[in-house]
Design a protein around this ligand. Structure first.
Ligand code: PLP
Length: 428
């Protein structure tokens, strides 16, 4: 048995991660062309940014796309576009990146948390329905880790209660539910194009939708008047054109890079799936980890990362120690959510804009309790993932990651002794 890297052994992973974000000759040539021949500051929808918007909308079978400077901006505008107003309740996931919920706060609306599904970490449609009140206006669904949420059932719930649905697709470009791409289901699909994402412009974001009112309202809140004059058709928005909006403009370099990448998204998504399944197959027998159950054939996980569940008590290591040992072996392992969002201080203390806003304008007092979302609370203790962008077939790397997991499992007693031993103080 080889020595764990934490105890001075050779790390199991020696193969390099595929380079990401990919700034190759094709991307560089296109970025150079766009910033020299087009513009550094695309205030309108012409040129490459417009091409990217049209291609992205077409890919998702949508009428409209609006490129912006980040996923956070796309979400904030998505909610505004969908008609969320101050004081409205919006149902959110507690198991996500903060921007999936800060977009609600930034619209002065009130986040209400529903629980997640144990297998996919995405919102549970039954829990959503249980949290709906007469004040509920929208649902923010997050396709977390690349798992597609159950959009069929979520859209049924939304239809029954006349709610807008915002899909946060920041981690799920290329993912599918029931044969349809994520981002093509809800009132609005919002994507991040930040550097770690499956499709990236280094920074950036984009939203897609079908309803002109939603599109124009979103555009009016985040876009330069020059574009508004060129594109707005509806009098209610045209008569208000001014320069009071947020500046959420995408940089032309982001548009150039993301537009190049879009050609490869399908091929990269398929490779991500092959790598994840390859890794899962190699570690299926390890009793201390659980692999997510297979999705229906018509669904497609986008594998922004490769998620696992740690089964505590089988080997003598906590999840945190297991992940630390994996990291020492060269695995890009991590824990995504340790505390569900509503149990964090800002939510417990209503501390966002100050003076208790936006909760201060809620019709009913809002208190977030431990136990509100029991599945999310339980999963926050056991989830871990293997990160990295595996967009090319990487059999050697997957074999090495699997070997690292096996090695840490086999060497758990020695690692236990290592974690229990008093550590030399690093302070003088
Ligand atoms: C689920 C989710 N939503 C939203 C965002 C925000 O995207 P951005 O960083 O582009 O603002 C992220 C970014 O990590 C994310 O993972």
């Amino acid at each position: 048995m080889s020595q764990p890297a934490l105890l001075g052994g050779t790390p199991a992973v020696t193969a390099a991660l595929p380079p990401w974000p990919l700034v190759d000759a094709e991307a560089l040539a296109e970025i150079t062309r766009v910033i020299t021949e087009e513009t550094l500051c695309p205030v309108g929808a012409e040129g490459t940014q417009g091409d990217f918007e049209r291609a992205f909308a077409a890919l998702h079978g949508r009428k409209f796309a609006l490129a912006v400077n980040g996923g956070t901006a796309a979400l904030m505008l998505a909610l505004h576009g969908a008609g969320v107003q101050p004081g409205d309740e919006v149902i959110c996931s507690p198991f996500t990146w903060g921007a999936s919920v800060s977009c609600v706060l930034q619209n002065l609306a009130i986040p209400i948390f529903a629980d997640i599904d144990r297998n996919t970490f995405t919102l549970d449609p039954a829990s959503i329905e249980a949290k709906i009140t007469p004040r509920t206006k929208a649902i923010v669904v997050v396709h977390i880790f690349g798992f597609p949420a159950d959009m069929t059932r979520i859209m049924e719930v939304a239809k029954r209660h006349n709610l807008a649905v915002i899909e946060d697709c920041a981690q799920a470009h290329g993912g599918k539910h029931a044969g349809r791409l994520v981002g093509s289901w809800g009132t609005v699909g919002a994507f991040s194009l930040q550097a770690s994402k499956n499709l990236t412009g280094g920074e950036g974001g984009i939203l897609v939708c079908d309803d002109r009112v939603v599109y124009e309202r979103a555009m009016s809140m985040g876009t330069h008047p020059q574009r508004l004059y060129a594109e707005l058709e509806l009098p209610e928005f045209r008569e208000k054109i001014d320069s009071l909006a947020f500046n959420y403009r995408m940089h032309s370099m982001s548009a150039a890079m993301a537009n190049v990448q879009l050609k490869y998204l399908e091929q990269w998504t398929l490779a991500r799936g092959r790598n994840a399944r390859d890794l899962y197959d190699q570690v299926r027998d390890l009793p201390f980890i659980e692999i997510p159950a297979e999705l229906p054939e018509t669904d497609r996980h986008a594998y922004y990362n490769i998620p696992f569940v740690y089964r505590p008590g089988i080997i003598p290591l906590s999840r945190t120690e297991f992940v630390e040992a994996l990291k020492a072996e060269g695995v890009n392992a991590g824990i995504y959510v340790r505390v569900p969002l509503y149990l964090r201080p800002r939510f417990q203390n209503h501390d966002y804009f100050g003076r208790g806003y936006p909760w201060a304008i809620a019709d009913e007092p809002v208190v977030y309790h431990k136990g509100d979302c029991p599945v999310a609370e339980a999963m926050a203790h056991v989830e871990f993932q293997v990160g990295g962008n595996y967009y090319v077939d990487s059999p050697e790397l997957m074999a090495q990651v699997a070997a690292a997991m096996r090695k840490v499992g086999e060497q758990a007693p020695a690692l236990r002794a290592y974690f229990d031993a008093p550590k030399a103080s690093t302070s003088p």
